[in-house]
Design a protein around this ligand. Sequence first.
Ligand SMILES: *Cc1c(COP(=O)(O)O)cnc(C)c1O
Length: 432
Amino acid sequence: MKSEPAIIGEAKTTKTAGSEALFRRAKEVIPGGVNSPVRAFRGVGGNPLFIQRGDGAHIYDVDGNAYLDYVGSWGPHLLGHRPPEVIQALSAALELGTSFGAPTGREVELAELIIDAVPSVEMVRLVNSGTEACMSAIRLARGFTGRELTVKFEGCYHGHVDSLLVKAGSGVATLSLPDTAGVPRAFSDTTIALPFNDLERVEDAFRARGDEIASVIVEPVAGNMGCVPPAPGFLQGLRQLTEKYGALLIFDEVMTGFRLSRGGAQQLFGITPDLTTMGKIIGGGLPLAAYGGRKDIMSKVAPVGPIYQAGTLSGNPLAVTAGIAMLRAIEKRPELYDELEQASNELAAAAPAGVVVNRVGSMITFFFQPGPVRNYEDAKCSDTAAFARFFHHLLGRGIYFPPSQFEAAFLSTALSPAHLNATAQAIREFPA
Ligand SMILES: *Cc1c(COP(=O)(O)O)cnc(C)c1O
């Protein structure tokens, strides 16, 4: 359905009775009324919008309001909503059945596509969520090295894996939770959380406990404390230290995979991790994720190796079909990454005074502080009340940004020059 809203970027009064009624009902039956915390708008106040449909650059709520979408389901929609390639492939796949719990040719095809695109991945296992991918990757690293500790970075989010919910970003940051209840000390004690972009602290950790550290897991470009790029030399340093001490380097590319380049952040920065986790874009909007890497490591996964990991719906035919269509569409448009780079540059140039913009490719965050923002400590110094006003300023003009200071906004190829201009204009009009 093509129904471009007549006016974009212009202030309007919005009807929200439908969303409000649904939210009241939802809160009775779903904790907080949402199935993932950040959706509740707690970081910006107000009621979440209930979405009815998406098309291209827009989402439409149940009250019939249209919004330019800079969330893109938190990452998957690199090509906007309902890219024709994906929708057509999915419709055809539906005719064949939804799940078999037995191998299909399409899983092989997707694995081959991922291996072809991502430099360090020689073998890959499909799972259902980024959380599962990260959980499985750190288990594999432990099993492979015979060590128990994981180094992670404050403000990085690797899904809601028990042992990784230490100083995690994303919803944990939005809600200002120190960490989470329900994780046994014995689990969090297996994690060493260090400041992002601080190589010296990593070196210290390895000097102290190098023979116990199984892996270092990192978002190569952090996106879950808002966008925070790696400092020059940081990723190289992690590569050298892990190699020196016999630990594995895990790049969590659930967000950056196929977003920053077809080969992800590892291609952009020229670093070869041992293991990589992926999700979001590789599922084309359906629940699909993956972990992969060196063949000698991946060969330790069951049924060939002793490290168990399984899933009833893993490699689900619909999800895999959407993923294949998505990756093939990306393969056909190599120029899209340069275009998105330019587009996000344009938005950055519109930033109000006193706001620092961090961006890499199509990931962008407006931090309400003078900056620089190099790590989680820095990010937390932002004026979240000002961000909330900014969010509602944009929303009132038909522009849907992530409802939290600590999340990256995502651009899609569905945004036209007119959409981008309207967004830049609305950003410029924000009263500083
Ligand atoms: C979204 C995300 C995850 C978690 O993925 P889910 O599919 O939500 O479980 C893990 N790591 C990173 C970097 C992410 O952005």
